[in-house]
Structure formats: C-alpha cells, structure tokens
Design a protein around this ligand. Structure first.
Ligand code: THU
Length: 133
C-alpha cells in the first residue's frame, strides 16, 4: 500500500462512494473500496431493489467491479456508512471477500478513526476456494 492509501484515506474514499448509494428503502448509505495487489482501487455503494433480496451491498458491488476489471486477489477492503455508527460487513459479503483472499477489512470506529480487522476475525473457520482445488 502506498502512503496515499492510508486506512483513513481509504475510509474517506468509501464514504465518498456511499454518497452515490441507491437506498430508497433503507436510507442506509454504505460505501466500500477494494485495494488490489498493485494498489489499484475500486469503489462500490449499495444498490437497493423493490424486490428486497435483489439488493447489492456496497462491498459486493466494489468487489465484483474489481473482479470484472480483471482482479483476482484483493488485499484490503474499506467500508464506511453515512447513516449509522458502525457498518460491519454482512455474512454474505464476508464470504465474497473470502473468495478473493481479502486479508484486512478497514472499518470506521465510532470516534472516526480507522479500525482494521482481519477477515479471519470476521469469518473464522471459513470455507473457501482452496477447499475445492
Ligand atoms: N448493506 C451493505 O451495503 N453492506 C453491508 O455489509 C451491510 C448492509 C446495505 C444493504 C442495504 O442496502 C442496507 O445496507 C441496509 O441493510
């Protein structure tokens, strides 16, 4: 990670992405930023749907955007929300992170500082692609 991509800078990028969330049902705006092995970044926001289960989380949006651009290994994902104190990734998004080798998830603490945690902490004893190879 280069100096420009500090945890706080990544959270600010996630917060900026969250301003573009489409959330007519929850009004809960979430943004996420993926950092790949080369330090490239990919942003996503949550996109809701009148058929609620069709909603796309911010993390899934950012990760699938990165993968569609050719990324296969992801080091870090930063997540921020604008309408609540702490947004921890949902279970489905933790599993999507697992697929692409995410190591660190950066969340924003209540005091505004960055709080990095490991994906292993968020998703212990996980099932991943290595199990099928
Ligand atoms: N949401 C995310 O985007 N990421 C998460 O990890 C948790 C939840 C979104 C989905 C929905 O649009 C809104 O937050 C409320 O659940």
């Amino acid at each position: 990670m280069t100096d420009a991509l500090t945890p706080e800078a990544l959270l600010d990028m996630a917060a900026d992405a969250a301003t573009r969330a489409y959330v007519p049902y929850s009004s809960f705006r979430v943004g996420a930023v993926v950092v790949d092995e080369d330090g490239n970044t990919y942003c996503g926001a949550n996109v809701e749907n009148a058929a609620f289960p069709a909603t796309i989380c911010a993390e899934a949006n950012a990760i699938t955007t990165a993968v569609a651009a050719g990324v296969r290994r992801i080091d870090t994902v930063a997540v921020d929300c604008l309408d609540g104190d702490l947004c921890t990734p949902c279970g489905n998004c933790r599993q999507i992170m697992r697929e692409f080798g995410v190591g660190i998830v950066i969340l924003r603490n209540a005091d505004g500082t960055a709080g990095p945690v490991t994906l292993e902490d968020l998703l212990p004893m996980s099932f991943g692609p290595d199990a099928l190879h």
